[in-house]
Design a protein around this ligand. Structure first.
Ligand code: NAD
Ligand code: UFG
Length: 337
């Protein structure tokens, strides 16, 4: 079985490439490297000892994508390609709508033309908006607070409509919580462009001495220690969730939203302390006011994933912190030499 991964050179994509290759799937990657590098593909090959085709193509490019479908017999698609920075999406919303929606429409039209009907989509817990009903389950009403989130919301709807119109089509809408960590080899990991916004890359920068101190955004939330609580999930667990989703898509028809989270919430202080303990490295921090737009607490109900996909996250916070630090130490400047 051959799976096309759009955005397969990115953070979650590379880890999913490894998981799928190790399970014996054939893969093809389509990426324009707008937020990644071909070196990441070389590293996937190094980890797995397996070869595969990768196309340097913009998924919005119709003739370019038709070539990918023309030259390969594709059975299923995982659509990671997209722009993902919340703040940037507020500054340049049209670019986000154009890239994220157009790439999805191009892909779906190619799939229709070439008779490919199994689709797995990278959605996000951001579609739950400001909901306070923890744990979040898939029946929770959706709604967003920023253009990035709306692209995910709209694509979910496009996929539901596509499935409603074609009884043979199946789509799994995977709503990721907070992926962190890296492959245990330290060969692939998250390599954010410029100054990172997310907690783990900022912890890594601080521990590595690139930042003097981590800014903890708010210690007055209604949480056990006052700092924000999130459902951090090891990226390798997340990757394995995609393999389970592919199997589900092949065996079921229709569109199904499924959370990929652990069901556990950890605070910013718990993250800092676990990181320091596991890696014997200090993470100095300063307390700052709340970051605009942040909610106090967000964690998943992982029940549907377990029931439908037979998948459950296995790796704990200590492993996430250890593997993230291992990647950082082996690649102090990311993929750049
Ligand atoms: P990433 O930026 O590392 O990977 C995305 C990849 O898509 C990159 O390699 C980029 O070059 C590529 N890409 C973007 N637009 C493209 C286009 N038009 N044509 C071809 N390639 C294109 O991001 P990631 O963290 O691996 O995220 C993967 C997906 O998961 C994204 O859709 C993201 O929105 C979603 N997601 C990520 C998180 C997270 O915290 N990392 C959380 C929820 C959802
Ligand atoms: N935080 C800090 N200091 C930092 C960075 C973050 O205290 O330097 C705190 C935040 O306030 C929050 C927690 O750490 O309480 C996690 O923040 P992240 O930025 O790592 O993650 P978010 O949950 O805010 O956002 C992530 C993704 C979004 C996605 C959202 C919901 O980055 O793309 O989850 O799924 F929309």
């Amino acid at each position: 079985m051959t799976i096309l991964l759009t955005g397969g050179a990115g953070y979650i994509g590379t880890h999913t490439c490894v998981a799928l290759l190790e399970l014996g799937y054939d893969i093809i990657v389509a990426d324009n490297y707008i937020n990644s590098t071909p070196l990441a593909i070389d590293r996937v090959k190094e980890i797995t000892g397996k070869n595969f085709k990768s196309y340097d193509v913009d998924v919005c490019d119709i003739p370019g994508m038709e070539r990918v479908f023309e030259e390969n017999k594709i059975d299923a698609v995982i659509h990671f390609a997209g722009l993902k920075a919340v703040g940037e999406s507020c500054a340049i919303p049209l670019r986000y709508y154009r890239n994220n929606l157009d790439s999805t429409l191009t892909l779906l039209e190619c799939m229709q033309k070439y008779g490919v009907r199994n689709f797995v989509f990278s959605s996000s817990a951001t579609v739950y908006g400001t909901s306070q009903n923890m744990p979040l389950d898939e029946k929770e009403p959706t709604g967003c607070t920023n253009p990035y989130g709306w692209t995910k919301y709209m694509i979910e709807q496009i996929l539901r409509d596509t499935a409603a119109a074609d009884p043979e089509f199946s789509a799994v809408l995977l709503r990721y919580f907070n992926p962190i960590g890296a492959h245990e080899s330290g060969l692939i990991g998250e390599d954010p462009n410029g100054i990172p916004n997310n907690l783990m890359p900022r912890i890594l920068n601080t521990a590595a001495g690139k930042m003097k101190a981590l800014t903890v955004f708010g210690n007055d939330y209604p949480t056990p220690d006052g700092t924000g609580v999130r459902d951090y999930i090891h990226v390798c667990d997340l990757a394995e969730g995609h393999a389970a989703a592919i199997k589900y898509a092949v065996e079921h028809k229709g569109a199904e939203a499924i959370n990929l989270g652990t069901g556990n919430g950890y605070s910013v202080f718990e993250m800092i302390h676990t990181f320091e303990e596991v890696n014997h490295t200090p993470v100095p921090y300063t307390l700052e006011p709340r970051r605009p737009g942040d909610i106090a607490t967000c964690y998943a109900s992982p029940e549907k994933a377990e029931k439908c996909l037979g998948w459950k996250a296995k790796r704990g916070l200590a492993e996430m912190c250890r593997d993230a630090w291992n990647w950082q130490q082996k690649n102090p400047n990311g993929y750049k030499a």
